[in-house]
Design a protein around this ligand. Structure first.
Ligand code: GLY
Length: 399
């Protein structure tokens, strides 16, 4: 049955990746009416992702502020998925607490891992240094030559495809939520240019709302009608990712997520409970190209084989490329913009799955109360505002 499209809602969300869907769920659960627009929700980066919840092993220099939000979101995961299971009518969102092991291939790679360990310790994070032999005892499929490892028992994973299915089910059951499977053509702004008023869909339908949330991932900067000076600085960062099947005879192939460095190339293997093994991912600045290339697949398999030689026995069942929404400082844009009624929840780059609970809860709180939670303050979209520029009139898109 096709649901009627509400011409007016309290909140409109542009983009149905994990961030948009979860924000819609958390907002609708507060009794606020929400319409989410996306021609193909849950099919891009959120579907391709590996689902690592690894704030400690995926730590990068200069991202200490982001680390705080990453840790808070990881901590929220168990209760978030418990609430989602209930809201979805009992669907399993696929959250697993099995820890993460980071391993190094050669002496130089061990140096990279050792520096990461020093950095983690300087920030008070829990990570245990292991010899190569100790790492192999935990994961016997690792190559005998592996040079050392870091065990992070608090870094987990979620099956992002199960999480998406649970979110769709929860939204379906919530009378305050509507998903419209049509592309947004443009944002509309009041005649005075002083607030966002809604969107126009590709088929010409106008939808109005008190507040509009932009969560269109790497396409967020391409929505017509957003005043030029407010366009979010997001860009696509391509990731090629593979999925392999683990036949029963090889189980358990790996017992936890294994992140690794091979000749200074970083990659990861994420085993799913139902027998899939996710191998990712390239990081490529290729604009909006999503071709799976022979070179990308070769590099992923070449490095994985060095670390886990048995991988060559596994059936390759999927290869795909998707686009992470990168930002100039690798941190997301979450919160109100300088245009009243327009909020951003985008630019999550490498941490979209991890940051789903913190973003969804935080944006729902802003939508309901107008107050930005303290934890989100550093991620205000307004940090990229050009000094002295204010949102101007938008003639073409006035409604
Ligand atoms: N966080 C994993 C990736 O971006 O590939």
């Amino acid at each position: 049955m096709t649901m009627p499209v509400p011409a007016r809602s309290d909140v409109l969300i542009i983009g149905g990746g994990l961030i948009g869907l979860a924000t819609a769920w958390r907002t609708a659960a507060r009794g606020i009416s929400v319409t989410l627009c996306d021609p193909a929700p849950g099919t891009n980066a959120s579907f391709a992702a590996a689902g690592m919840l690894t704030p400690v092993t995926e730590l990068h220099y200069g991202e200490e502020t982001l680390l705080g939000l990453n840790l808070a979101s990881a901590k929220r995961y168990p209760s978030f998925v418990a609430e989602l299971r209930e809201a979805s009518g009992g669907l399993d969102p696929g959250y697993t607490e099995a820890g993460t092991l980071a391993v190094a291939f050669d002496a130089d790679d061990r140096e990279v891992l050792s520096e990461l360990h020093v950095f983690q310790q300087s920030l008070g994070l829990k990570a245990e240094w292991l010899s190569g032999r100790e790492a192999r005892r935990l994961e016997p499929m690792l190559a005998p030559g592996v040079r050392g490892g870091l065990l992070v028992s608090g870094d987990h994973q979620v099956d992002n495809r199960m999480l998406l299915a649970a979110l769709f089910a929860a939204l379906e059951r919530d009378p305050n939520a509507t998903i419209v499977r049509t592309k947004v053509a443009e944002l509309t702004v009041s005649a005075a240019g002083d607030r966002a008023t809604g969107v126009v869909l590709e088929d010409g339908t106008a939808l109005s709302a008190d507040q509009v949330v932009l969560s269109a991932g790497c396409w967020s900067g391409q929505i017509a009608g957003i005043p030029a000076e407010l366009l979010p600085p997001v860009r696509p960062v391509k990731g090629q990712i593979l999925r392999l099947a683990v036949p029963d005879v090889f189980k358990p192939f790996l017992s936890r997520t294994v992140r690794y460095v091979v000749r200074n190339n970083h990659a990861y293997l994420v085993p799913r409970e139902h027998g899939e093994l996710v191998l990712g991912a390239t990081v490529e600045e290729q604009d909006y190209d999503t071709a799976v290339t022979a070179g990308g697949v070769y590099e992923l398999l070449r490095d994985a084989r060095e670390l886990v030689p048995g991988i060559t026995e596994l059936p390759l069942i999927e290869s795909r490329a998707a686009l992470r929404p990168g930002t100039p400082d690798n941190a997301p844009l979450i919160g109100p913009t300088a245009l009243p009624g327009l909020l951003y929840a985008t630019g999550h780059y490498r941490h979209g799955v991890l940051l789903t609970p913190a973003t969804a809860d935080g944006v729902a709180e802003i939508l309901a109360t107008g107050t930005v939670p303290e934890a989100l303050a550093p991620f205000s979209p307004q940090r990229f505002a050009v000094p002295g520029m204010r949102p101007g009139r938008v003639r073409r898109n006035e409604r």
